[in-house]
Write a protein that binds this ligand. Structure first.
Ligand code: NAP
Length: 304
């Protein structure tokens, strides 16, 4: 059985080391290669940025296993008729939790006042407690739920919002309005789909309390950039920490780079880690070989 990696060549050494180990642990005998004729490929481990965009020749392939959690680049590919699985990797989740908690604490504690203090001002104002700073997490999937749990563990009152109804979580337009109306910090962990594009528009930003902070490690297109800049300029939104953008790398002349209320991080919130992702991939290959349902199957119609 042949598994081929379609991703940046720089990832090959890690996956060449980790995937055969993980497959052996899962009791699967498979060759892992970086190149193979389409007619011999059983599984494709896939970065959506890879040059492979036409899957027509891969008749034998049983599944395409994405290395990325976000699959918007591949989900609409009409040549891909095999099951598509997205990445839910414990290492990636851990990274996202750290990024979200770190940036939430920065704003919650007002750390910048002390880190950037050129006038050496002795301001003894004590920071509030987490319990006084409600957080809304929009998107309560693998990443959103983990971030919400970590923030709750610090005593932040967290309201989650998702597409479907689930315990302890808001949903629907009314739920979104309710989540935004009380949120001092909003965390965006939604996938990019036609329904989530421009979700944070001018009208919804206006629902936020004065001075609220936005953290976006989801996707750039979730926010209407013009509306966000207007809300930042008016001081209605206190700060936006953005990891993802409509165009990446963020163009040098984009106003986000120089805006005093914006922090840009270069799409580094969370990366897939070969040592843990290889085990997720191996488990899915094992399932493919034994006829069990794949984990983390993408619903093409839903878009995530
Ligand atoms: P996931 O498990 O699929 O969760 C997605 C969540 O969004 C689910 O709770 C889903 O609701 C909700 N959702 C989807 N469409 C919605 C809608 N129209 N209205 C309300 N809620 C909606 O995805 P994940 O693994 O948590 O990843 C989330 C996103 O993070 C990815 O798609 C990717 O864009 C981004 N990401 C960024 C980085 C980075 O480094 N910046 C790294 C990895 C991932 P249901 O639960 O009801 O289905």
């Amino acid at each position: 059985m042949t598994t081929v990696l379609f991703a940046a060549p720089s990832l090959w050494p890690e996956y060449q080391a980790e995937l055969p180990k993980a497959l052996a642990e899962a009791g699967v005998q498979a060759k892992v290669v970086i190149d193979a004729a389409p007619e011999v490929v059983d599984y494709i481990v896939y970065a959506p940025s890879s040059p492979l965009q036409d899957f027509t020749a891969y008749h034998r392939t049983k599944a395409v296993l994405s290395l990325w959690a976000g699959v918007e680049r591949v989900v609409g590919n009409k040549t891909l008729t095999q099951p598509l699985c997205r990445m839910v990797d414990p290492g990636l989740t851990e990274g996202m939790v750290e990024w979200v908690v770190g940036h939430a604490l920065r704003h919650h504690l007002g750390m910048d006042r002390h880190i950037v203090n050129p006038g050496h001002v002795w301001d003894p104002t004590c920071p509030p407690l987490a319990r006084e700073h409600p957080v809304a997490v929009l998107g309560m999937g693998a990443l959103g739920a983990a971030c919400a749990a970590a923030l709750r563990a610090l005593n932040f009152p967290v309201t989650g919002w998702s597409r479907t109804e689930k315990p302890g979580c808001l949903h629907g337009e009314d739920g979104l309005r309710q989540a935004l109306a009380s949120a001092q910090i909003v965390v965006l962990l939604l996938p990019k789909t036609p329904e989530t594009e421009n979700l944070l528009n001018g009208e919804r930003l206006a629902l936020l309390p004065q001075g609220a902070v936005i953290l976006n490690p989801g996707r750039g297109a979730l926010i209407d950039d013009g509306a966000l800049l207007a809300a930042l300029n008016a001081g209605h939104v206190g700060h936006a920490t953005l990891d993802v953008f409509r165009v990446e790398p963020l163009p040098a002349d984009h106003p986000f780079w120089t805006h005093p209320r914006v922090t840009v991080t270069p799409h580094i919130a969370a990366d897939t880690r070969a040592y843990s992702a290889a085990r997720v991939i191996a488990e899915n290959i094992r399932r493919g070989e034994t006829g069990e349902p794949f984990l983390h199957l993408v619903d093409r119609a839903r878009g995530y």
